[in-house]
Design a protein around this ligand. Structure first.
Ligand SMILES: [Zn+2]
Length: 350
């Protein structure tokens, strides 16, 4: 077990780098179906989950997040696999536990929006609470360091997640984040700064936002949250080039076809590494203490966040160094044969 838990690591201005984005990465690799987005990979290719979890740690993630995202009762019911619920949850938790133990990282349980919450229908609130309860109880059997509640649209559902973690999580801290919509408030009408402050006051250790928005349209919201809250703030956008006009990944249009890019054509909008580096610098400056990337993340992006946040993860051994390139490198490595004229031939069609 790591010697320091979440709260100790975040004390005195400490920071945490956390890789998320398992869902899109497995879809991209051919182990998960876009649409239902259920983490069947956990059951069918657990070895792939172990490898990706290790890869994220290699790239600098301080936490192994148990891949139970969208592995809840409602999602499994949707694909006719409700009977596999507990096995899926326990397999994901066990793998995360083993990778965290092996690498000395933290381990987090993970609950998320249930897709059944309706703010005006109290019956759904009971159903939501029952789903959270079973998941939190399973997670707490695996000695989680903390539990994440993520991608909530409503403060109401986020508060239920926090309540479940406090009630059934054996006292571990909670990290609660909203998936911000295109508007600047939750579906139940709270500005994100206010919603996060309410969560903090209700006992969340870390609050903030993840998913839906890319760095550029996420950061203005994060500034407000940092101003509103006293404790550590999480910022975990998707690595897409969202803008003020197209604030979420759902609003991006493929430049060639004119059709909605979500989800299959989102790669057309992936951020460059330079943009991710700039994002991390800005987030650090604003005071974001819990940094990561969500859907669309890949380990080379996580390495950038880790390096900007002052880490040297094992993957840094292979961080780019163009000084060694045979054309564009410095004097020691670039071959004399590649004159300016030949360099121009590489870059133009003349
Ligand atoms: Zn996401």
């Amino acid at each position: 077990m790591p010697t320091k838990g979440l709260l100790e690591r975040l004390a005195d201005g400490g920071t945490l780098v956390v890789a998320e984005g398992y869902l899109y990465e497995f879809e991209r690799r051919g182990y998960l179906k876009a649409g239902a987005f259920v983490p069947e990979v956990v059951l069918e290719h657990p070895e792939q989950l172990r490898l990706l979890s290790e890869e994220f740690v290699h790239a600098g993630s301080d936490t192994v997040v148990a891949y139970t995202y969208y592995g809840h009762r409602e999602k499994l019911r949707a694909i006719g696999r409700e009977d596999d619920l507990e096995r899926l949850q326990r397999t994901a938790l066990q793998i995360a536990r083993e990778v965290a133990d092996k690498t000395g990282t933290l381990m987090a349980g993970d609950i998320c929006n249930t897709t059944v919450f309706d703010k005006d229908d109290p019956k759904t609130h009971k159903e939501v609470m029952a789903m959270f309860k079973e998941q939190v109880e399973w997670a707490s059997e695996y000695n989680v360091d903390y539990i994440i509640g993520e991608t909530f649209n409503d403060l109401g559902e986020a508060l239920l997640a926090l309540e479940a973690i406090k009630k059934y999580g054996k006292g571990v801290p909670a990290v609660i984040t909203f998936a911000p919509s295109g508007a600047y408030h939750t579906f139940d009408g709270y500005l994100y700064g206010d919603a996060c402050r309410k969560l903090e006051e209700a006992g969340a250790a870390v609050v903030g936002v993840n998913c839906n928005r890319g760095p550029k349209s996420m950061l203005p919201i994060v500034r407000e949250i940092v101003k509103s809250c006293k404790g550590p703030v999480a910022c975990i956008p998707n690595p897409y080039r969202t803008t003020h006009e197209h604030p979420t990944m759902h609003s991006l249009i493929d430049p060639d076809t004119g059709k909605m890019a979500f989800p299959e054509d989102l790669p057309a909008w992936l951020c460059s590494r330079t943009q991710i580096s700039e994002f991390a610098r800005e987030a650090k400056e604003i005071g974001v203490r819990y940094i990561g990337l969500c859907c669309g993340n890949a380990s080379y992006y996580t390495r950038i966040l880790a390096e900007v946040y002052g880490r040297t993860p094992p993957a840094s051994k292979y961080s780019p160094d163009m000084s060694q390139h045979f054309v564009y490198g410095d004097e020691k490595f670039a071959k004399k044969y590649f004159s300016d004229g030949l360099k121009a031939k590489l870059a133009t069609n003349e």
